[in-house]
Every structure is written in structure tokens, then in C-alpha cells.
Design a protein around this ligand. Structure first.
Ligand SMILES: O=C(O)C(=O)C[C@]1(C(=O)O)C=C[C@@H](O)C=C1
Length: 130
């Protein structure tokens, strides 16, 4: 059983889900409840990492496409549309829309940095048909 847990990529052998600065300072029933909720937080955080990895895989493809056809890294028109959609979705989901916007902008600025790195390392062809 512990072998199975050690092989779980979402936890790993070095991860201690019970690590806390509160250990020994709070009631054990409270700690138990806290750990139960933290289990869900850990699952959500793992999912976020997987989702972001998939998103960056997709944007990497866009980066190669943009470098190949010498398109600008950023697309402000697309971003404006993404932001207004995400703000609306956030409102519907009771998430602070300002946070949703900040989060998307944070991700997009990283994507643009990646696009620029791809474009900087991309040797343009000499106009041959591709
Ligand atoms: O769709 C694109 O053109 C992308 O480069 C992807 C993306 C994004 O991360 O969603 C990143 C930069 C652009 O400004 C707009 C959108």
C-alpha cells in the first residue's frame, strides 16, 4: 500500500501531506478536519499543474506556427476577447473576475515570453515554399 502511494505521481515519496506549522499547537480534531480539506486542495493543485502543462503544450504549437510565419508573439485582439469571456465565466462561478483577469494575464505574459524565445531561436527559411 505504501509502495502504491510512493509511486503516485501526484504525491511522490518526498511529499508529506500532513506537514504543518500547526502540528502540536492545535486540537487534533481540528487538525483532522484541516487535513481532510487539504486533501482536496492537493488534488486541485495537481489538476492545475496538469491543466497548465496541457495549455503550454498547445501554446508551444502556436509559438512554432507564429515563428514559422513570422507572426507577432502577442495578439491583443484575441486577449481582449479571452479576458472578457473569462471575466464573465468567473462572475458566473463566483470567482473574483479581477483575479481571473490577473491570472490569465500572468499566464499569457509567460506564453509570450516562450513565443519570443522560440522565435529568437528560429532560423527563418529563405522564402522557399513550406
Ligand atoms: O492564440 C494565440 O495567438 C496565442 O499566442 C496564445 C495566447 C494564449 O496564451 O492564450 C498567448 C498570446 C496571445 O497574445 C494570445 C493568446
Amino acid at each position: 500500500m505504501s509502495d502504491q502511494l510512493d509511486n503516485d505521481p501526484t504525491t511522490g515519496p518526498d511529499y508529506d501531506p500532513t506537514a504543518s506549522s500547526l502540528t502540536g499547537h492545535i486540537d487534533s480534531a481540528v487538525m483532522e478536519e484541516l487535513l481532510a480539506v487539504r486533501g482536496s486542495i492537493d488534488n486541485i493543485d495537481a489538476t492545475l499543474v496538469y491543466l497548465l502543462a496541457e495549455r503550454f503544450k498547445a501554446t508551444q504549437r502556436v509559438g512554432y506556427l507564429k515563428a514559422r510565419y513570422q507572426l507577432p508573439a502577442g495578439d491583443p485582439g484575441r486577449e481582449a476577447s479571452q479576458i472578457s469571456r473569462l471575466r464573465r465565466l468567473a462572475e458566473e462561478a463566483n470567482l473574483d473576475p479581477a483575479f481571473a483577469e490577473k491570472f490569465l494575464n500572468f499566464i499569457i505574459s509567460e506564453v509570450i515570453r516562450h513565443h519570443q524565445a522560440i522565435s529568437d531561436s528560429h532560423v527563418p527559411d529563405r522564402g522557399e515554399p513550406s
